[in-house]
Every structure is written in C-alpha cells, then in structure tokens.
Design a protein around this ligand. Structure first.
Ligand code: B3K
Ligand code: ZN
Length: 894
C-alpha cells in the first residue's frame, strides 16, 4: 500500500489556467474531450513531464498544439499519463471514454435513476478525464454537454449557461462557463429529466440571483423547505460573515444514489435526495433540521472551501471543520431567532447538546482507536477514508475554540483577514490560524496561538482533571486544571512519545453555592458567572475570592473544548447541577453524568449476575426536570434522554455492549414505570395541532411527546400499547408516525406490531426515503437478530447498490444494533464481514465506512474481541480488496 505523507508536498510544476471539456453523454460510453492550456511554472526544468491522473478511462487520442502524439510519445503507468518535451506553454488535447452505467463506485460520472451525475471530491475527476487531480491546480472551465433531448432535456454544469441549441438526430447541447477558477474536485455536471423549484432574490449589494432546486419529476411538492433553507443560508452568510453569493445562479440537485450527504460543486451542488426532499407526511423533524443544516453547509462552502480552497488533502479540515462550525452556528441562530434571551440561550444549548452528543458518539471512539488522527492528518493511503468525524466534527471544535478565544467580533475580524489574504488561493490550516493569530495578538498583547496550533498535529482526546481547594477562613477557592495527552492509535508505536505536549484549552467554569446559586467570579478584573480559563501548560491554578462555602463546580460550560473532564462530583452535587446550573448545556451534562454512572454500575451488576437497581437520586432528578415549567420542551427532550450506547461504551473498559444495553434498557424501563404519571402528563401537554411546522417550538413538543411515549412503553408496554396504536393511526405527520411505530416495534407485542409494519410499507412503498426509514427502524429494533436482518435483505425493495438503502439496513444493523451485531454465536461478525466484501466489490468508499464498525475491537470484552478480530482477519485475507477497505482493516489489526 502506498502511503502519502503530509511533508512530501511539492507544488505542481505546471499551471493549467483553463480547461475546455466536451461531453458526448451516453450511459454506456461517454466520450470526453479535454483541452488544457498548459504553462510550465517558472524555474521548472524543461524536461519535467506533465503528469496527469486517470482511472478506469479508455484513452482515445492525445494531441499537443493540434498535432496528434503517437503512442510512444507519451507513457501511461500506475494511472499516470506522462507527456515529456512539451513547450513552456502549449495546448494539450485528450480524448477518452468512460462508462457511467457500469460505474457502481458513484465516483466520477455515474448513472442514478435515468440521470447522469458526477462526484469528484476527493479524487473522482480522474475517472472523467486525465487531469492534475489535486486541489492546488485551479482552472477556468468551459463545459459543453451534448446528449439526446429525449433522455437529457436538462444539461447542467458549473457557472453560467452561455449557449444552448439543437443538434442533429434529436440531440442538443448546452455550454457552461464558470467565471471562477476552481480545482477539479468542484467540477460537476448533471444530465436528465428533472423538475425545478426556483426563486429570485437580491444580494445585499443589489445583484439579482436565481436559486434553484432540482429533483425527480413527481417530487416537486417536496422541495419547498430546501429552497427556503437555501435562501436563509444566503441571508445568514451576508448578515453574520458579510459574505455574498458570487454567482448569478446557484443550483441544488437531488440524487437518489449518493455516497454521502452532499457536495459543494461550484454553483451546482449535488445532494443526496435525503437532504433535499421533505414534506410533513414523509419527513421527520430531524429530517427538516438536517436538510437545513446540509443546505447551509454546502452553501457556506462557497466561501470556505471554494473561494479559498485547500492546498492539499491534508488540509481538508481547513474547509470542513470551518464549514461545520459555520453550519452549526447557522442552525443555532435559526433556532434562537425571535426569542427572548433565556429562550434563545436554551435553543442554542439544544443545538450544542446535539452536536456534542454526536462528537462523543462518533469522534471520541475514533480518537481512541486505530484510525485516530489529528484533524490535519499526517499520512493516508486513501484520502476517501479521511472524511471523518475527526476532520469534520473535532475540526469544527477547533474552530469553535478559536471563536471562543477571540470572541465573536475578534473571530469575524480574523475571518475578514483570512479572506483578505487568501481569496482565490489554495491554502493550509496554518494560513487560517495565522489570520486568526494576527487578531489574537492585537487583543492579547504578548500572547499567541503557538501552543494552540498543536490541536492540528495531535490526535486523541485530552483529559483535564480538576481539583478545588476551598479555604473557608479566607473564603477563597483555588481551582487547579491539569491536562494529560496520552498517545493514541499509531502514536503508541512510538515509544518516545507516550505523553504529548500540553494543548491550549479554553475552559469555561462557573461555581455554584450549596443552594445552587451562581457565585460571581472575578478574573482579569471582570466579574462574571462564567469565566474562561486558558490552560496552556500541563497544569495551572486560578484563585477566586469571596467564596464562603465549598462550591460546586460547573465545568467546561458549553463544552468549551473537546476534552474529557475528570472531577469527583458526588451524585448529590450532580443532582443539584442538573436542577440549578445556570448554564443550560452544563445542566444537561450533569444529568447525563448521573445517568452514566448508574448505567455503568448496572452493567457491572449485569455482568456479575446481580440484580439491577435504579437509584432514587436519578429518578428524582428526572422527575424534577420533567416537571420544571421553566424548561422548554425541546430542552427537556434532550435532558431526559439517556446517553447513547456509543457514548456509554467510551466509559466502559473493556466494552461489553450487551451488558450496556441491558443496563440502559433497565433504567429506561424504571424511569418509565416510576414516572408514568409525569410522562402521561407530558404526553398530553405536548400535543401539536393545526398545520404542521418544523419550527423549534412544535418540533420540541413532538420530541418530548414521543420521548414520553417511548418511556411509557418501556415502563409498561401492555398498559400503553393502545396509546401507541392510536398515535400511529391518527398521526398527522411523519415524526408522530415514526414515533409511534418505533414504540410499537421496540416494545409492543401481538398482531398490531406486524400490522403497523405492513401498513407503513403499503402507504409509503413508492417513496424510497420513507422506505429507508422503514428498513432502518427494523434493523435497529431490539428483537432484530442476524436472521431477521437477512430476512429484511431478502425484501424485494432491498439493494446494496443504493447507498441510502445499504445504510438503512446493513449499516444500521452493524452500527446501531449492538445486541444483534454482538450475538454470542458470532453470526453478527460473519454478517458484517460478508457485507463489507459484497459492498467493496461495488462501492469501496461506502464499504470502507462499514468496515470501520470493528475499529475498536481490541477494547471489547474478551469473549467478543476474538470474534471481531477473526472477522477482520477474514476481510483482510480477501483477495482484491479495494485500497479503501484494505487501509481500514490493516490499521485495525496492526
Ligand atoms: N465536501 C463533501 C465531501 C466529499 C467526500 C468525498 N469522499 C461534502 C461536504 O463536506 O460538504
Ligand atoms: Zn463540507
């Protein structure tokens, strides 16, 4: 396997200022003519070959300045076409063929439904034509698309439509020009028969722009929310960052077959249909929220990613971490808008809770396993494997810490400076921090971000332990923070680096008195309820005056850094925080910590064969939160949810998923039973009526209502099944329908369960996105074992070729059905190995994601570990593995 190292970067020896592409579109064989203007860079020796990458292409001809080059005039080896002896400036013309209908990888040009789509990031453009497929080569594109009018009435590419017309034999053509130079990973084309919803709006400088959302015919009623989200994104980037749309037209196209969420191609975003299509009957509140976030994310890439792009793929977090941070803030602002200060703080906390829960469930395990890497990786075999929770979500946390350190105005000044320096360039993460640091130095003379930069080079989740020393006589409290950065993943192989240097950690702290009231804290002459401590060394101390009694600390408020906090709270202190902490995020955190302790204790009892127990402290805390009239429904829905099994697994050593599931289920049932009256009241009080709205208010009420139903069913299924059945039948929207179906499938019994499953299928069999939900719900249901998963796969609607369908069933089973995957007979591991191999033959990028389900095998209980290891070994031994899967399994086993 070839490893690419960050330090090996060399600039490309040629500039390619312009490229003209001509496509004769045909699903069986598409001919691509590419005309490149080539300029050797100053100082580059004349004999330096022009090296262009290609994959799965049939080369037809090569010409330089109009003269054909015979075979022998160029070489092709290992996917590289090399031309030598070129003049310092020339035009290279290459003709090649590709086969979209046979392309099951969904990278490059491929067929989905009756349409043609492209996906080029990271290295898919080389599957379309021979090219310098790297982000630091930026060119102006002119694209001619030709195809039959009957099959492809619509021909789209980046930029502006400059010409269109008929051709002989029922064919037509469209010519597109993108005025902005771009790397080839942002190239896109779409050809097909699609419907369009559009609106015109004016940017803040007064330019008229056209926003369009394209989708399958028949889905036109499902694009209203996406288009409205796009307009909100445009407004938000103007308001919050002063960034305006730089194109006359911005298109979003929904594809049914898509490897990930969406792609920010310049002016022509291509989306997984799951992040475009929504109406109240088919989409849940979570779907609406995700659509708005992904539309925002891709739109925001237009500046953070496209106008300023990455020099090389090691810098991926430059655009992804920053753009995730921006989409998180966009959603938070949308959720908080129009509310008073307290409600806005609660709304922002809800978003923060959701994001931190994702980070803990997906990124913390990655950072503790064999694929651990810094947000700016040092090496890779296959870049497609590094679109990770670390690069994205931890990357966003690293940007957020800079925002915290600089403040909103300082961060904005840093962004302005970043664009002033680098607009139109392909740059590095260091360039970004340089811009931020220029502002930080002005704000804090004598300080810099040199220690902070280690966040870009160190993997692993730091641990911060906290001690409090209270001097009653002096009414003084001293807080000590100490950090540890132990080696993780491959770092462990380097014996000299078992402990890494300290990081710059912004640590937000509050102190509560024994009655739960906030204590004013004075730091740097300012008195506040929350202080920001900047820990830049292994250990440091801060002293606060006027603290009469031993305080209760509220730590890492708003999750001010992606770290694990160690502090020996008592359960009583956690209960107090969960009832009184003025920081809504930390208040949620306290309840989660209390629940985590109980679940872990019960998991240990389960393993020892002892009876499980629910401590009244937790039940009382849950009751208090449920009854607190000052808390809105969306917030309560989060606060009353138990930590996920994935989050809990990070706290258990060795990991025993079945024991965790048993302990978590037990607590859920106890809370359901003991608080039944309150759940019933919450269920009744949080009905939504009238026209459906996905706004945070009604969505929050539905979340709390459906959570109440889940608890009621967990506590006493027999007594509450009628409620679930009634809700299922009378549901006026998909959130309520799914909430009821989930309760029935997971807790219900009798014929009603099967009837509801069948009814749901009958109602929605023509809507693939709803059928995905139907598969996913069953794949993760408590009773679904490997045999049941295989039975679901035999359903005529199942196919591995469609990534959404594969994710709905196979991925959901392997990643979110711990009992099924870790079945004692090992059948789950066999299933996983078989599906990884089957997928790998079709779509390596998607297969590699599934392969990661076994990443942390070495941390599992011995009885599970050996089976997981053996399954990994069987996959590794398979001949003809893709580079993608080979890298994952090799790293897991090394
Ligand atoms: N930039 C794309 C991700 C492409 C992944 C290719 N393997 C989507 C996004 O982050 O916006
Ligand atoms: Zn992105």
């Amino acid at each position: 396997a070839v490893t690419v190292a960050r330090g090996d970067y060399l600039p490309y020896p040629y500039a390619i200022p312009s490229i003209a592409l001509e496509f004769d579109l045909d699903p069986a064989r598409t001919r691509v003519l590419s005309r490149l203007s080539i300029e050797r860079q100053p100082g580059v020796p004349a004999d330096t070959p022009l090296a262009l990458k290609g994959e799965d292409l049939a080369l037809v001809s090569v010409a330089v300045d109009g003269s054909p080059i015979a075979e022998g005039g160029y070489t092709i080896s290992d996917g590289v076409l090399r031309l030598t002896g070129l003049p310092a400036a020339c035009e290279v013309e290459i003709v090649s063929d590709c086969r979209p209908a046979e392309n099951s990888t969904l990278m490059g040009l491929y067929v989905s439904g009756a349409s043609l789509f492209t996906q080029c990031e990271a290295e898919g453009f080389r599957r379309i034509t021979w090219f310098a497929d790297r982000p630091d080569v930026m060119s102006r594109y002119r694209v001619t698309l030709r195809g039959t009018r009957a099959d492809y009435p619509l021909l789209l590419s980046n930029g502006n439509l400059v010409d269109a017309g008929d051709l002989p034999d029922g064919r037509h053509q469209a010519v597109w020009e993108d005025p902005h130079p771009k790397p080839c990973y942002l190239f896109a084309l779409v050809a097909g028969n699609l419907t369009c919803r559009e609106l015109r709006t004016r940017t803040r400088s007064g330019r008229d722009v056209l926003l369009q959302v394209y989708s399958d015919p028949g889905s036109e009623s499902q694009t209203e929310w996406a288009l409205a989200s796009l307009e909100r994104s445009l407004r938000w980037d103007e308001d919050r960052f002063g960034l305006e749309l730089d194109l006359d037209r911005f298109m979003v196209v929904a594809a049914r077959d898509f490897n990930m969420g969406a792609m920010e191609n310049k002016g022509l975003n291509i989306f997984n249909a799951a992040y475009v299509l929504a109406d109240p009957d088919t989409a849940t509140d979570a779907n609406y929220l995700a659509i708005e976030a992904v539309i925002g994310h891709e739109y925001f890439h237009n500046w953070t990613g496209n106008r300023v792009t990455c020099r090389d793929w090691f810098q991926l977090s430059l655009k992804e971490g920053l753009t995730v941070f921006r989409d998180q803030e966009f959603t938070a602002d949308m959720m908080a808008r129009g509310q008073d200060a307290a409600a806005a703080a609660s709304a922002r906390a809800v978003k923060r809770i959701d994001d931190v829960a994702t980070l803990r469930a997906a990124q913390f395990p990655e950072d503790a396993g064999p694929m651990a890497h810094p947000i700016r990786p040092e090496s890779y075999q296959e870049i497609g494997n590094f679109y990770t929770a670390t690069v994205y979500e931890k990357g966003a946390e690293v940007i957020r810490m800079q925002h915290t350190l600089l403040g909103e105005a300082g961060f904005r000044a840093g962004m302005d400076e970043y664009f002033r320096r680098h607009d139109g360039q392909a740059v590095t993460c260091d360039d970004f921090v340089d811009a931020m640091e220029s502002v930080y130095r002005d704000l804090h003379p004598g300080r810099d971000l040199s220690v902070f930069r280690r966040w870009y080079q160190q993997a692993g989740t730091p641990r911060v332990s906290v001690t409090l020393d209270h001097d009653a006589a002096a009414q003084r409290c001293t807080v000590t923070l100490s950090q540890r950065n132990p080696a993780v993943g491959v770092e462990k192989q380097d014996a000299s680096a078992q402990e890494k240097p300290p990081l710059h950690i912004p640590f937000a702290l509050g102190l509560l008195d024994p009655q739960g009231r906030a204590l004013p804290l004075t730091l740097d002459g300012k008195t506040q309820e929350t202080v920001l401590l900047e820990l830049t060394t292994a250990s440091a101390q801060w002293t606060f005056e006027n603290i009469p009694a031993q305080p209760i600390p509220s730590l890492l408020r708003d999750f001010s850094a992606p770290v694990i906090v160690d502090y020996p709270w008592t359960d009583a202190a956690l209960a107090l925080l969960s009832a009184h902490d003025g920081n809504p995020f930390a208040r949620w955190e306290a309840g989660q910590e209390l629940a985590t302790r109980q679940i872990l204790a019960n998991a240990a009892r389960h393993q020892a064969g002892e009876p499980l127990a629910a401590d009244p402290t937790l039940v009382d805390a849950w009751r208090a939160t449920l009854r607190d009239p000052k808390l809105d429904a969306a917030y309560r829905a989060r606060a009353l949810m138990l930590p996920s099994e994935k989050t809990l697994a990070e706290r258990m050593q060795p990991i025993d998923p079945p024991a965790l599931a048993a302990a978590r289920d037990f607590l859920r049932a106890e809370l359901g039973r003991q608080l039944a009256q309150d759940w019933r009241a919450a269920y009744q009080d949080n009905q939504t009526e009238g026209a459906f709205s996905p706004a945070p208010g009604p969505a929050g009420r539905r979340a709390l209502k459906n959570l109440s139903l889940a608890y009621l069913m967990a506590g006493d299924a027999a007594a509450n099944q009628a409620l679930a059945e009634t809700q299922y039948r009378g549901a006026a929207n998909m959130t309520d329908r799914m909430g009821a179906l989930s309760a029935l499938v997971n807790e219900g019994s009798g014929d009603a369960v099967g009837q509801a499953i069948a009814d749901f299928h009958t109602r929605w069999q023509h809507d693939p996105l709803v059928i995905d939900k139907w598969f996913a719900l069953q794949a993760t249901a408590r009773g679904t074992d490997v045999a049941a998963a295989r039975a679901l796969m035999a359903h005529p609607a199942f196919t591995l070729r469609n990534p959404n369908r594969a994710r709905a069933l196979v991925f959901q089973f392997c990643l979110n059905n711990a009992r099924g995957l870790h079945a004692a007979d090992g059948a789950g591991y066999d299933f996983w190995a078989e599906q990884v191999l089957a997928l790998d033959a079709l779509n390596p990028e998607v297969a590699a994601r599934l392969a990661r389900a076994m990443d942390n095998w070495a941390r599992y209980a011995p009885a599970l570990r050996t089976g997981m290891q053996a399954a990994l070994g069987r996959v590794r031994a398979h001949a003809g593995l893709s580079r993608n899967v080979a890298e994952i399994v090799a790293k897991a086993l090394d």
